[in-house]
Design a protein around this ligand. Structure first.
Ligand code: NAD
Ligand code: DAU
Length: 377
């Protein structure tokens, strides 16, 4: 079946993996990558598919309601997969307005344009889909009541060897929203708007909330690519606080596969949590990265441990995230595919092999941002 799908934020980290998957898997679809190309958008992420006949890039701001409404009509859009956002928590602490504008007002502009266009068609919402990609951070922070770790109630192919849980509770689809950072507050607000468009106008919406992603093409302000690059360049590794915070890591291609499954088979007006049951304390994860980079670069074991530098904690730093993705696994049969140690090794190798991609980013404006971010820490 032919479909006309807009993927917003397709030049970013997760979006580029989703675009690549859809363009390669569905040659009969018309895939439009809509992206403003902020500092985080990079068309180099899509070099391998940019000439495919079913792919088109459109440079547009999601806040531009008029332009998006026109695009909906011109391209007869029947599916929207919405990833465009300001995504970095530290930036949201410095500049919350940009987050409210893009994440809240931008999402609202897309919803309203889709509503006007789809309601103007004879079949209205039939066969349409507005799929909003969100984060587990909207649920707030979980307790760390088992700081040494316990045998976890869940395990998947993505769980690391000796996998542990650091508390008894998890984020479920029914967990009450309790966002703490300006980033998560803006994402929570956008989630509410998406659901409001279903409840008020009957728009066929889906929301998913995913845990931390890692893998190729992630902007090096985020923990994993930043630290891999710093280890390679013998630069300090700025660990926030004591490094005890816990995140639940999922390989980005597994997230993209989940998005594909949910876009096609997910139930309307449902929420699905996406995660790998793969909790890590930051400091333990950092040691795995050091070990992996040192091994690949041929350094003696422990060579780069001296780069670990404890710095002032992130304001309002959430203690622990851990997703229960049982609903998605049971209902739609999705499973993460990659075991964490394999995923990290693959990721480290990708960044070390794609130094040009990294240097193109870190040599420009970003270097100044990075210096400012850690000034006085
Ligand atoms: P990213 O920062 O790497 O990419 C964001 C993309 O959105 C960039 O290409 C940027 O140019 C584009 N963009 C930003 N503002 C825009 C605007 N006004 N108009 C059009 N395009 C704009 O982000 P990411 O890490 O790939 O995250 C993608 C989505 O997934 C976000 O909605 C994020 O909240 C969500 N998410 C991310 C993670 C994660 O671990 N990275 C986990 C769960 C959910
Ligand atoms: O949970 C999903 C979220 O994961 C997404 O919604 C966000 O878009 C994404 O950025 C990510 O948020 P985090 O804040 O968890 O990711 P980040 O890579 O910034 O940080 C991961 C952990 O590492 C966090 O506890 C903070 C810590 N950290 C981060 C950086 C950049 C450090 O200790 N030092 C650092 O320099």
């Amino acid at each position: 079946m032919k479909r006309n799908i807009v993927i917003t934020g397709g030049a970013g980290f997760i979006g580029s993996h989703v675009v690549r998957l859809f363009v390669n898997k569905y040659p009969e679809y018309n895939i439009i990558n809509l992206d403003k190309l902020t500092y985080a958008g990079n068309l180099a992420n899509l070099k391998d598919i940019e000439d495919k006949p079913n792919y088109k890039f459109v440079k547009m701001d999601i806040c531009d309601f008029e332009a998006f409404y026109q695009l909906m009509q011109d391209e007869k859009i029947d599916g929207i997969i919405h990833l465009a956002a300001e995504s970095h928590v530290d930036r949201s602490i410095k500049d919350p307005f940009t987050f409210a504008k893009t994440n809240v007002m931008g999402t609202l502009a897309l919803l309203q344009a889709a509503k006007l266009y789809w309601e103007s068609l004879p079949e209205k919402y039939d066969g349409k889909r507005f799929y909003h990609i969100s984060t587990d951070e909207v649920y707030g922070a979980l307790s760390m009541n088992h700081p040494e770790g316990i045998e976890p109630p869940f395990k998947t192919a993505a769980s690391s060897e000796g996998h542990k849980a650091y508390g008894d509770d998890f984020f479920y689809e029914t967990t009450k929203y309790n966002p703490h950072s300006p980033y998560s507050a803006s994402k929570a607000s956008s989630d509410h708007f998406v659901r409001a468009y279903h409840d008020t106008y009957g728009m066929p919406t889906i929301v998913t909330n995913c845990s931390n992603n890692y893998g190729p093409y992630q902007f090096p302000e985020k923990l994993i690519p930043l630290f891999i690059n710093n280890i390679r360049n013998r630069k300090p590794l700025p660990v926030y606080g004591k490094g005890e915070n816990v995140r639940d890591w999922l390989y980005v291609e597994d997230h993209a596969r989940a998005i594909d499954t949910i876009f096609h088979e997910g139930r309307i007006n449902e929420t699905y949590n996406i995660g790998g049951f793969n909790e890590w304390k930051n400091i333990d994860l950092i040691k795995v990265m050091i070990k992996t980079v040192d091994k690949i670069l041929g350094n003696p074991e422990g060579h780069s441990l001296d780069l670990i530098t404890y710095v002032t904690d992130r304001l309002g730093h959430d203690a622990r995230y851990a997703i229960d993705s049982t609903k998605l696994q049971k209902e739609l049969g999705w499973e993460p595919s990659l075991q964490f140690e394999e995923g990290i090794e693959k990721t480290v190798r990708w960044y070390l092999d794609n130094q040009e991609w990294m240097d193109n980013i870190t040599s420009g404006e970003y270097e100044k941002y990075y210096q400012d971010m850690y000034k006085g820490r």
